[in-house]
Ligand binder design. Structure first.
Ligand code: ZN
Ligand code: ZN
Length: 247
């Protein structure tokens, strides 16, 4: 309901065109030069081959046969083949995601999705992907927020890549306590059994791209990927607007 009001207010009192990332005045509402340069620089950073997190300055990426792996990925396996992101969860990108998610600025989806598409195109292992699935919200959370931010991103990414999107085959069966502030062990036990697949026929033998807004510890991506794999998906590949950094 709240978002409908916001849309209506936007219609009556149009905002001055602004950069979707930093909010500076920008003709036609395109990303400003400064933000474009910042976003472009993220694609020059080398992500962890597996989880896609970016290195903090000075962090050691160790190279082995599988590529450059972060500390976590050297120690554990994941149910997803890889994950990538549009950039680090910091600065203007973090602020944009907050406005998108918590202030209901749904028009940001297309700009965040453009960063995700850039990251997708940089990684050849997405080439076999056949279906896009957003990380679902619980019914309770969806009712409160009015929209699923992951689904809006998925629709835009799907449109840009010409790939089908299915927002109903994976569901979150119960609401889990907020993940922020919890460590990985707590996050993972929080999410145990939270996701299930309603339409296994849709995802069977598919290489699924799972879309979410942020990858932090990887717990949500991991739980969603595990549910899809259990239901018969051949592979799960994560793609988010932003990701964490590791030390
Ligand atoms: Zn800007
Ligand atoms: Zn990693």
């Amino acid at each position: 309901m709240l978002t409908i009001w916001k849309d209506l207010l936007d219609l009556i009192f149009p905002r001055r065109p602004e950069c979707p990332f930093c909010g500076a005045a920008s003709p036609r509402g395109e990303p400003c030069g400064g933000c474009l340069a910042t976003m472009g620089s993220y694609h020059g950073e080398r992500p962890c081959t597996r989880c896609g997190r970016l290195a903090e300055k000075g962090a050691a990426l160790r190279h082995n046969g599988a590529g450059h792996l972060c500390y976590d990925c050297r120690k554990r396996d994941w149910p997803f083949t890889l994950a990538r992101a549009g950039g680090p969860y910091e600065g203007v990108l973090k602020e944009a995601i907050h406005r998108f998610k918590y202030a209901g600025r749904r028009s940001l989806a297309i700009h965040l999705a453009a960063l995700m598409v850039d990251a997708y195109r940089l990684e050849p292992r997405y080439q076999t992907a056949s279906l896009i699935v957003p990380v679902p919200l619980s019914r309770e959370k969806l009712r409160l927020r009015g929209f699923n931010q992951a689904e809006l991103l998925a629709v835009e990414v799907g449109r840009a890549l010409g790939m089908p999107v299915n927002g109903s085959c994976l569901v979150k069966d119960f609401d889990t306590p907020p993940q922020a502030g919890l460590n990985r062990v707590a996050r993972e036990s929080n999410l145990k059994g939270a996701f299930s697949v309603k339409r296994p026929d849709v995802i069977r033998d598919q290489v699924v791209v799972i879309i979410d807004d942020v990858f932090t510890t990887g717990s949500t991506m991991s739980a969603a990927a595990a549910a899809l794999r259990r239901a018969g998906a051949r592979q799960a590949l994560g793609l988010t607007a932003a990701t964490g950094r590791y030390i």
